[in-house]
Design a protein. Sequence first.
Length: 465
Amino acid sequence: MSQKNETAILALALLLTVGIVGGGFWWFSNNGVKIGNKIIQNQESGNNSSLQDRISFGEKSFIPGDISPVKKEGVQAIAAKSYNRAIANFTAALKLNRNDPETLIFLNNARIGSSKSYTIVASVPFGTDPNTSLEILRGIAQAQNQVNSFGGVKGVRLRVGIANDDDNPEIAKQIASTLVSNSEVLGVVGPNTSDSTLAAGAIYTSGQLVAISPTSTSVKISNFSRYIFRTVPSDFMAARTLANYMVRTLQKKNAVVFFNSQSNYSQSLKSEFVSSVSLEGGQVASEFDLSRADFSAAKSVEQATKQGAEVLMLAANTETLDKALQVLQINQKKLTLLAGDDVYTTKTLEIGREQAVGMVLAVPWHIDGDPKSDFPQKSRQLWGADVSWRSALSYDATVALIAALERNPTRDGVQEALLSSDFSATGASGTIRFLASGDRNAPVQLVKIVPGSRSRTGYDFEPVR
């Protein structure tokens, strides 16, 4: 393919954005922050935004763009501690947009008002990845709404804060320091990326505050800390599943990998895939770094073909997804495509379209993966559409914190409960138990891109049976 066509593909990739209802994706058009009786004081964060602007229990919306007038009134009301008015406003806002998890969280916080509560905080990248943040918050909001509807944790309702860490390790560390310093925060859901989890994890560990990431998959997180857990399987599981599928099911033995050397997640998935393919009797002929300034999708695919590659493995992260989608387009379905969970986005369906059909991805969960689970039905009733694996694993992280709080609602109690050999909770993706490493020994689901209507792109992710 010509350089001109390659450039055109990149331009298209940059123009299209994530956000279609269905399949877990959506369209979205002072003195400090108070938690209970304590004040989180201002600190300057990495990009000139004070920390009070990065944490909200309802006093600020992180939704990009304009929010509805009635939701804006609810935000103003909760900031003024006019809780009854906030309840009315947020209830009306949910009628206008039922799939907004931020509004549901704020509504539940307003219902608590100044009453006693147990507090957890979600650390999500609203500033840089709002769609992923909303997917994560749907799971957290569903769990909060569920437990509070039944009276809370042994009669004490759950309050949820939202912290915008921008997927920036330095900002995630500052948020961690702030949360650690406030004794009312009993647990954290997040951060999102492995880089931010590893950076902030050191702060959570020193402050003895549990953080459960629903989305960080790097193998470096295993045994990182006795305070850092995750509900998502590690890259070892995803890579091993993909390698097994490639060699045993597809009967293909020669692959090349596209990855981002600047991403802990991408590096981890790449390395584990290379090792797993070798153990299966195959080989990875070349590794292409998507982060290089001189990266050329056309030249890379050409080189892979000359080397006899049968499979292109896309271990891209969010920042390099556009370049990975160039590879997909240039490939023109000639070589088999495999990918990791960061490629599981509506953008892949929209840009890839027919060229993406047949690509197999390893993800932690799919809404149609377990016919026996009641979570898909409950989530559809609440949100009016399907949710993604990020929502399911965030729900599981929140459910795990709730179950730990039921045993002992203190920081030490939460940590001891999660590490206990008899700890278990029932989540969206089955039983939740943690190994001493902080990992959850859970299976990986393979999904394939097929023509379909659920995502409203003309294509869908469906489980590989």
